[in-house]
Design a binder for this molecule. Structure first.
Ligand code: 6PG
Length: 469
């Protein structure tokens, strides 16, 4: 009686995913060096008599052939060292699935190396945190399709469901699964940052206390902004702190950390020359937050305008619109990047299917994704989310309010990097005649880099110093 699947790494995510598989009737086991982790698996998995292994060889021998092994270990060098330990113990045809947040270039390399040795390998992004892993994540597997088919029923069974549809689908060849998960995280960073900017404005412009902030977010979360991130954000404002006697949010340091997936998204977007400025700003906002000493010193040394806003009700309504606008824009930029990556890396991405599996289980699930899914369903080759008619209708409604929020924030000296960049991105994209003819003129002036003309075909160079001066 061998096990159908084995998990390496029994931290919260790995353990919860195993429990989820066991709930769905699969015979599974795990491996972890840490006795505490093995004990925890046995405790939590008592109902299914779940057992893990502390010795890798025993774990490998306990699995049915061809073996299905899922890695849920921290991304980076650890994945390589686990694979190195595993390989001598495996048989040809065995399958390894890396489910961490690995960089897509590492996934491509590992897939090639393992395929050359006769093993199947694919990278799979998993989203949804601890709860998701336990009760239904969204999963983004990409690469070896034959290998994916060998675990498809298991993944579909454990995934989140929306209207009965599983939130997992084969993403495409190569490292596309990890690529899509990386961009998911870029969108996650952006939405988190626009929520932080909204909090700043509610707190400092409107003077709302935590209860009022909770009530506002709660109200919004019953409408078009309904999303996992807004839901958890609103709940944060209810949580009291035993130590200080106040709210926990008020004693948390304002310096944000990150593990890299947002930065990778920005880096790739630069490489592909496909701008995602709002996502970039969300990465920078976390990095800028770390300069606390400098911020305190400059805050004391430099003047800043009053931050209070009048017309509370109107501004609150506009803020809801700005948040929705920036949310649409965050997803639009992520999807635009995916479309470009699909061409560049031959990922064959299906944006309709990707928005479909993001509707449930993952951190960026939101009712907006239903609209996005419908937009790509209507027009699979949609050039940009802004090109969809029903999104355009919504944009027209929310733009005036969004402009008011950005202008007000700027006049009041409140930093809104993501709101402002989302609006500027929008204005850049809906500008038929940009001023970048000047950039080309400058490049030709000092570097003879040539330019194209609006009135005739070809490449031109002008003698700027002599001509018409
Ligand atoms: C998810 C999350 C998950 C994790 C991020 C956090 O989809 O479940 O994205 O993967 O929370 O890696 O990233 P940072 O630590 O960089 O904020």
């Amino acid at each position: 009686n061998k096990y159908t699947l084995g998990m390496i790494g029994l931290g919260t995510m790995g353990r919860n995913l195993l429990l989820n598989m066991a709930d769905n009737g699969y015979s599974v086991t795990g491996y972890d060096k840490s006795p505490d982790m093995l004990k925890k698996l046995e405790e939590d998995g008592k109902a299914h008599q779940l057992k893990g292994f502390a010795v890798l060889e025993d774990f490998i021998q306990s699995l049915e052939l061809p073996r299905r092994i899922v890695l849920l270990v921290p991304a980076g060098a650890i994945v390589d060292s686990v694979i190195q330990e595993l390989v001598p113990l495996l048989d040809k045809g065995d399958l390894i699935i890396d489910s961490g947040n690995s960089h897509f270039t590492d996934t491509s390399r590992r897939a090639e190396e393992l395929a050359a040795q006769g093993f199947h390998f694919f990278g799979m992004g998993i989203s949804g945190g601890e709860e998701g892993a336990r009760f239904g994540p969204s999963m983004m597997p990409g690469g070896d399709k034959e290998a994916y088919n060998a675990v498809k029923p298991i993944l579909e069974a454990v995934s989140a469901k929306v209207n009965g549809d599983p939130c997992v689908a084969y993403i495409g060849p190569g490292a596309s699964g990890h690529f899509v998960k990386m961009v998911h995280n870029g969108i996650e960073y952006s939405v988190m940052q626009i929520l932080a900017e909204t909090y700043d404005l509610l707190k400092n412009s409107l003077g709302y206390n935590n209860e009022q902030i909770y009530a506002t977010f709660d109200k919004w979360n019953n409408g078009r902004l309904k999303s996992f991130l807004l839901e958890v954000t609103k709940d944060i404002f209810k949580v009291k702190d035993v130590k200080s006697g106040g709210y926990l949010i008020d004693v948390i340091k304002d310096q944000a950390k990150s593990k890299g997936t947002g930065k990778w998204t920005s880096q790739v977007s630069m490489d592909l020359q496909l701008p995602i400025p709002t996502i970039n700003e969300s990465v920078s906002a976390r990095d800028l937050s770390k300069f606390k000493t400098l911020r305190v010193a400059l805050g004391a040394a430099l003047p800043h305008p009053s931050q209070k806003v009048e017309h509370t009700e109107e501004f609150e309504a506009h803020l809801e619109q700005a948040l929705y606008f920036a949310m649409i824009t965050s997803y639009a930029q992520g999807l635009h990047l995916l479309a470009q990556a699909s061409i560049e890396f031959k990922y064959e991405l299906n944006l309709q299917e990707i928005s479909q599996i993001w509707r449930g289980g993952c951190i960026i699930r939101a009712v907006l994704l239903e609209d996005i899914y419908q937009a790509y369903k209507k027009q699979p080759e949609l050039p940009h989310l802004y090109s969809d008619e029903s999104i355009q209708k919504q944009l027209k409604d929310i733009l005036p309010g969004t402009r008011n929020v950005v202008v007000t924030a700027i006049n009041h000296g409140i930093a809104v990097p993501c709101f402002a960049s989302a609006l500027t991105y929008y204005d850049s994209l809906r500008t038929a005649n940009s001023p970048l003819n000047l950039t080309q003129a400058q490049r030709d002036f000092f570097g003879a880099h040539t330019f194209e003309r609006t009135d005739s075909e070809g490449i031109f160079h002008a003698n700027w110093n002599e001509n018409n001066i």
